[in-house]
Ligand binder design. Structure first.
Ligand SMILES: Nc1nc2c(ncn2[C@@H]2O[C@H](COP(=O)(O)OP(=O)(O)OP(=O)(O)O)[C@@H](O)[C@H]2O)c(=O)[nH]1
Ligand SMILES: [Mg+2]
Ligand SMILES: [Zn+2]
Length: 284
């Protein structure tokens, strides 16, 4: 049988098969590579044994989850956004084949220019949407949820509020109150996937920061994952340009002309520097 791991509890795994859940153990030989929430597996539903992990699209170690499709990066006017974290998360998504969406939450006041200011910088990079969890305005976020989705972002931006608002609306619509009860106490160490129509929400507390070491890139590979910089790279004089020098660099020209956001560029330099240092010291 082909199933989908939706929860892990010590050595026990909840495997979803259609609308049923089977609690299984993993075959001993799988212990070494590890078994993760999000894994698609072949399992024996009579003996409750996971036999094989099917090829993964991606595997994130912190938080431990695999096959993530969509990351909803939440920011708000308050707490003041940490755009370095936002840019790292976006980069991480592009490197791992995850579709990132920037969700500006707490847009309770329609006249607040904050959303437009954010859109101006980020629309060249990813889809930008707005929500207000307290007003129950979450239709845009429901619209972008595809496959396994996780919410990321600083503490207090409203990730849990959004998940709750989405569940309230969607579960009322599909009339499935049982699953609402099933959610509940959540410990930060576990990851659970909740089914929502055809998609899943990963309820995880692990995305409020991101270590640079989890972004597996060489210094010269980073700029490839900056959609807003790519078109300026052919203007660099040297093919080996890392865009950290003012002379002969198309990207720096783009920044000077105001076509690339200074903030995004400065965050690029920050990651570049960290990757150069870790290359020098031999760490990844
Ligand atoms: N005004 C307003 N406040 C909101 C909105 N969404 C959430 N909040 C408030 O922001 C605070 C933090 O919300 P949470 O949902 O707990 O934030 P979180 O991102 O889950 O935070 P962590 O779990 O610490 O990472 C709460 O007081 C919410 O009521 C919103 O759309 N508008
Ligand atoms: Mg929360
Ligand atoms: Zn350059």
């Amino acid at each position: 049988m082909k199933g989908h791991i939706v929860k892990k509890n010590a050595d026990l795994f909840d495997v979803r098969f259609g609308e049923q859940i089977f609690t299984c153990v993993a075959r001993g030989s799988l212990k070494k590579e590890g078994v993760f929430v999000g894994d698609k597996v072949l399992f024996d539903k009579n003996n409750k044994i996971i036999e094989q992990i099917l090829p993964r699209k991606n595997l994130l170690i912190r938080p431990p989850i695999s096959n993530l499709d969509t990351m909803i990066i939440v920011i708000a006017k308050k707490p003041l956004p940490d755009f370095y974290l936002v840019d790292k998360l976006i980069l991480f998504c592009f490197v791992n084949g995850i579709n990132p969406v920037l969700c500006v939450n707490k847009t309770d006041d329609p006249n607040d220019p904050f959303f437009n200011e954010i859109t101006k910088v980020y629309h060249k990079v990813l889809k930008v949407i707005k929500t207000s969890a307290v007003m129950g305005d979450v239709k845009e976020v429901i619209g972008v949820m595809k496959g396994i989705c996780a919410f990321a972002g600083q503490s207090a931006v409203g990730k849990s509020s959004l998940i709750n608002a989405i569940f309230n609306q969607e579960l009322e619509k599909i009339g499935d109150f049982a699953k609402k009860v099933e959610r509940g106490k959540q410990t930060t160490r576990t990851v659970t996937l909740y089914k929502l129509g055809k998609n899943f929400i990963a309820d995880t507390a692990g995305f409020s920061k991101l270590d640079e070491e989890l972004i597996n890139l060489e210094p010269n590979e980073i700029s490839r994952f900056y959609p807003d910089m790519i078109k300026f790279i052919p203007n660099c004089k040297f093919r080996s340009c890392l865009h950290n020098n003012t002379d002969n660099c198309g990207v720096v020209e783009g920044v000077k002309k105001g076509e690339i956001s200074i903030q995004r560029y400065q965050n690029y330099l920050k990651i570049l520097q960290i990757k150069q240092n870790s290359k020098r010291t031999g760490k990844k």
